[in-house]
Design a protein around this ligand. Sequence first.
Ligand code: GDP
Ligand code: MG
Length: 438
Amino acid sequence: LAEKLQSTLGKLKGKGKLNEKDVKDAMREVKLALLEADVNFKVVKDFVNKVKERAVGQEVMESLTPGQHVIKIVNEELTALMGNVQSKISFSSKPPTIIMLVGLQGAGKTTTGGKLGGLLKKQGKKPLLVACDIYRPAAIKQLQVVGEKLDIPVFSMGDKEDPVNIAKAGISHAVKNNNDLVIIDTAGRLHIDEVLMDELKNIKAEVKPHEILLVVDSMTGQDAVNVAQSFNEALGIDGVILTKLDGDTRGGAALSVRSVTNKPIKFIGMGEKLEDLEPFHPDRMASRILGMGDVLSLIEKAEQAIDIKKAKELEAKIKKQEFDFEDFLTQMEQIKSLGPLNKIIEMIPGISGAKELKNIDFDDKEIVRIQAIIQSMTKKERKDPSILNASRRRRIAKGSGTTVQEVNRLVKQFEQTRKMMKQFGDLEKSMKKGGKFK
Ligand code: GDP
Ligand code: MG
């Protein structure tokens, strides 16, 4: 999924101007990519419509190209689809907090129970694992092995006792032993059936867990979502833990679970090892799917750093060909405030395609030297670089602690930039005419 979305949206990124057809075509490809990733059909439809609605007919932000703007919208909507904010465990003010893990056989309950205990133990909790799966051969042993590895106690009563009683006794045991967190590992079945649900309902009624977390295997795609829906209807769940995301290349379950069940994903399993469990962050997941973490944070920074009014003034100057070394200096400072330069240059709208600028080696030390050179110029020289003859250049080099060659190079770069900016200005003019996606 990530690859498909990245290539589709990558096509938009470099475009100066988008029309309705561009957006439509891109969204058709996004739609196909999502469906192929096994995202629920209705979720896809709603998602695509939302993005289209926002992208078409909206004024484009000054600091972004229309393509970047669409990417930004896609990213925001993906994040919203997965619940926007990180959803945490709510701990009871009256310990122990009781977490009940439910799910189908093989989903990862037992492993995840250990992982979760380990994670929360690191945060200062004193967990107790309770073995309520009395059906699967060696299930109790499996939990004991996990507990031993993590140095977390495991409560069990063998496989002859009723799971409801085991759960109840487990909680008394926790209270006696000062465990402020109880994680109940329950049995699963290959399919959802009434016997399983009844047992889970009975445990729920008896121990009143603070959190019922459904463990689902993300590799099963839409099936995972259907399972989540059934468990939620029958039992009522508080959240989802998606396991085996390390082996899931499609991402369909991660994208659909939340909007189908209206229950948040709280953790994700990222591997077989006991430390491979992470809190789920919708925004990070969206960025990961889009593979554009860098671009997106740059967009955010650009939004903050670029002063729209200053940009407008500059634009007017460019049009009148009045762009001078003073402006160059201001620009440099603004760009510098964004971060490492070479990364930024290619993302600046309209500039990414300019060969001339790509050839200029923008490193950060260079910037400091450029500033020194410009600061050694007189006001008049900054306004009108054409008066920079050999003796003036020697004086500037001396004053800035650089060489005449460096001064020469800067003047040449400046002239190239000025030429480029004029082209950029023309491009923008034509963009403004059709500045809306109509
Ligand atoms: P249960 O039947 O629901 O208790 O599932 P188990 O905890 O026994 O896990 C079933 C299998 O899935 C085991 O082999 C686990 O190692 C594996 N597993 C669980 N979570 C993950 C995960 O996040 N990534 C990977 N790769 N494997 C996992
Ligand atoms: Mg198990």
